[in-house]
Design a protein around this ligand. Structure first.
Ligand SMILES: Cc1cc2nc3c(=O)[nH]c(=O)nc-3n(C[C@H](O)[C@H](O)[C@H](O)COP(=O)(O)O)c2cc1C
Length: 307
């Protein structure tokens, strides 16, 4: 059987599959469908420094091939997270990635400091799609804010840092370089795509927050292209994400250059999705004669063309 272990910068994962933050709770939300310890990693939903209620409803709206969410990162705050959720995450028996969300660059630093010495955390993921309180613009869409947020976290932790990049930029490779220069070790490519829906009868936006982030199959080709481009331009380990529903989708991301994949809304539709994706990747490697999942990372580039 082919080896499914992947080295993701400073992390070693037993297989390349993990949940996307916010779609798997703290590992308890798959309702016992399978043991979260079978995953390459668990990724917790983003935690804030202080308790926060999130956005006004409605927070979700379905679209033809995806879901727009404007949840707004409700959080019980970092103290309650450490007290109530870390014991659950610690028990999963796999790599634990904690996602953090700040409203200022300093908050990323403070969150990193608070979480650094908590036992059982293997890496911090920076959710850079939160708006900066002064600026209004998400950290991941402004080069200066991006560098400030990543540097603030880097300055306060020795844990590996994953920068979860925004696709809502002109050049995601250039932004990724900024995140790496500021101290990120791994890139997550990418978060949701800006989107909105208008109710034609009420003649106003459906979401309480007006706009939100599109996820699901609709964004997969966008995300694959972004992984492809970042792989070519930036030499850093990539977690690919956006619209992965089946193992075939996951293999596409690996061939584009991702070393691991994160599965989001597919978990809402099929609680066994990630388990089936792990099995499907294994089956693909075996049937195609590959010895390791590492053998197919970026393989499409050897015959593909840039752009
Ligand atoms: C309901 C919901 C909540 C989410 N919460 C978070 C979050 O807390 N932090 C984060 O970084 N991303 C969050 N995301 C984005 C996902 O992690 C993922 O990047 C996105 O959904 C794209 O992947 P997908 O198409 O496989 O769903 C959320 C997405 C959804 C649908």
């Amino acid at each position: 059987m082919a080896c499914t272990e992947v080295v993701l910068g400073p992390l070693t994962l037993k297989n390349p599959v993990m949940p996307a933050s916010g779609t798997f709770g703290y590992g308890e939300e798959n309702a016992g469908a399978f043991d979260p310890g079978e995953l390459g990693a668990v990724v917790a939903k983003s935690v804030r420094l202080e308790p926060a209620p999130g956005n006004p409803p409605p927070r979700l709206v379905e679209t033809p091939a995806g879901l727009i969410n404007a949840v707004g990162i409700p959080s019980e705050g970092v103290d309650a997270f450490i007290r109530d959720q870390m014991p659950l995450l610690r028990q999963t028996g796999t790599v634990v990635i904690v996602s953090i969300a700040g409203s200022t660059a300093l908050q990323y630093g403070e969150l990193a400091a608070r979480l650094s010495d908590v036992p059982g955390i293997d890496a911090l993921e920076l959710n850079l799609s939160c708006p900066n309180i002064g600026h209004g613009l998400p950290f991941g869409q402004d080069p200066g804010l991006l560098a400030e947020a990543v540097s603030a976290a880097r300055g306060n932790t020795g844990l590996p840092i994953i920068a979860k990049m925004s696709p809502n930029v002109t050049d995601i490779a250039a932004m990724s370089k900024i995140a790496l220069d500021a101290g990120a070790d791994i890139l997550a490519i990418a978060n949701t795509v800006n989107a909105m829906v208008i109710d034609i009868w009420k003649r106003r936006p459906v979401l309480g927050n007006i706009a939100g982030g599109l996820s699901g199959p609709a964004i997969r080709p966008v995300a694959v292209r972004n992984v492809w481009r970042v792989y070519e331009q930036v030499k850093a380990p990539i977690i690919g994400s956006g619209g992965i529903v089946t193992w075939q989708d996951a293999v596409e991301f690996l061939l584009a250059g991702a070393r691991a994949v994160a599965v989001g809304v597919a978990n809402f539709i099929n609680p066994n999705a990630m388990k089936e994706i792990i099995q499907g990747i294994q089956g693909y490697l075996d049937s195609q004669g590959f010895e390791s999942v590492e053998d197919i990372v970026g393989l499409a580039h050897t015959i593909g063309r840039s752009q």
